[in-house]
Design a binder for this molecule. Structure first.
Ligand SMILES: *[C@@H]1O[C@H](CO)[C@@H](O)[C@H](O)[C@H]1NC(C)=O
Ligand SMILES: *[C@@H]1O[C@H](CO)[C@@H](O)[C@H](O)[C@H]1NC(C)=O
Ligand SMILES: *[C@@H]1O[C@H](CO)[C@@H](O)[C@H](O)[C@H]1NC(C)=O
Ligand SMILES: *[C@@H]1O[C@H](CO)[C@@H](O)[C@H](O)[C@H]1NC(C)=O
Length: 349
């Protein structure tokens, strides 16, 4: 009798044991799926593409620097909870491939720089665009935000580097956004709070400083067949009434472009320029920074070690108070050609 009971008990225990293993396996599996599907990265790192040194900066600091990033773009991502690293222009594909697989998103800044110089901003943009699409295609969310010239770069590289911009007159022009009818379906505005939407819709808050525009006209997006790839979210009119695209997003990839300068509302203070700095303009500008950095939190790429990340961050470089030299930028990170070899990531490509 006792042995019989003992056998029953052992069988029951065994059943429990097997079930337990099953549960643990099931739980681990489910957790793993959830982890790759929904985990957020609270330490995002954003790569900001450098540009050929600006004509005016080169006048103020003759022949000292090769490339630069206006500090307002650096602060733009910092203020929304990310750390910035510079991405060099003029590198080969393996460099861009390596760096994009360590960071969580890319910002293409605006600026008065050359677009078509060999191995410059546009060539680097084309490589980044190609690699970012590949990363997204294999299931890793990887956002790009283009601002002003960076917006133009987005449609330019998407059009296989066929120039399609139109000269326009939108210097110093603060504007509200003229939303298209289906803008709410877009990622960029799906969750915009009503008060921010009201500001963007009604007030002259977006800072426009651009001499080229991308229009919906036959000569532009549709000529290069981008209209099927991008959703146009808002339009605006320049000082002569020319209609141009002011925000757009890619239909398949988390790639966004704004023709205006949200970073100027927050961080540029040159006088005599029409940069709205009021409470509402500030709130609206912060919306774009928060949106973009939150997109980058959906990416889990990381540097091999925290030390490698530290040695790649923009804080390895000095920032210069350029407004004292009457630059339109408060501060700039300016790079010498030799700076680019300091980075630890260079040893790995
Ligand atoms: C890319 O450039 C790096 C130097 O930055 C060099 O070591 C590497 O060999 C180059 N790769 C190719 C494929 O050209
Ligand atoms: C700021 O925006 C709010 C809507 O979010 C609006 O009610 C208010 O009038 C605006 N303030 C100014 C000074 O325009
Ligand atoms: C926005 O600016 C335009 C052009 O300067 C002006 O006509 C319009 O009244 C402004 N709108 C608001 C809401 O301030
Ligand atoms: C900056 O502008 C002011 C006012 O026009 C001028 O007095 C000053 O000399 C300029 N500074 C430099 C470094 O050019």
């Amino acid at each position: 009798m006792r042995t019989f009971l003992l056998i029953i008990l052992t069988v029951i225990l065994l059943i429990f044991f097997i079930m337990d293993i099953l549960w643990v396996t099931l739980f681990t599996f489910t957790f793993a799926v959830l982890k790759t599907g929904g985990e957020l990265n609270d330490r995002p790192i954003i790569g900001i593409l450098t540009q050929e040194i600006d004509y005016n900066l080169n006048k103020e600091y003759p022949d000292q620097y090769h490339s630069y990033i206006a500090a307002s773009y650096v602060k733009f991502v910092e203020g929304a909870g990310a750390r910035p690293i510079p991405i060099w222009i003029g590198r080969n594909d393996s460099y861009y491939e390596d760096i994009l697989n360590k960071i969580n998103g890319v910002l293409w800044p605006g600026g008065a720089t050359y677009f078509f110089q060999k191995e410059g901003y546009a060539d680097a943009g084309a490589a980044i665009y190609r690699i970012a699409k590949k990363i997204n295609d294999r299931g890793e969310y990887f956002p790009i935000l283009g601002i002003c010239l960076g917006f133009e770069l987005l449609t330019y590289v998407a059009a296989n580097c066929v120039e399609h911009r139109t000269a326009c007159s939108s210097q110093n022009q603060p504007l509200p956004l003229e939303f298209t009818h289906d803008f709410r379906e877009a990622n960029l505005f799906k969750q915009v709070p009503p008060d921010i939407l009201k500001i963007l819709d009604e007030e002259n808050v977006t800072a426009n400083f651009h001499q080229y525009c991308v229009t919906k006209e036959a000569s532009d997006l549709s000529r290069v067949q981008l209209i099927d790839e991008f959703r146009v979210l808002s339009l605006n009119h320049d000082k002569k009434g020319l209609e141009f695209i002011s925000t757009l997003e890619h239909k398949r990839y988390p790639f966004y472009g704004v023709q205006f300068h949200p970073e100027k509302n927050l961080y540029e203070w040159v006088t005599g320029k029409n940069i709205p700095h009021g409470r509402n303009a500030t709130l609206a500008a912060q919306y774009f920074a928060n949106f973009f950095v939150n997109e980058a939190r959906k990416n889990l790429h990381e540097f091999a070690t925290e030390q490698e990340a530290k040695e790649s961050l923009i804080y390895n470089y000095p920032v210069t108070y350029t407004a004292l030299q009457n630059s339109t930028f408060q501060q700039c990170y300016m790079f010498k050609i030799s700076d680019r070899d300091d980075l630890i990531i260079d040893n790995n490509v």
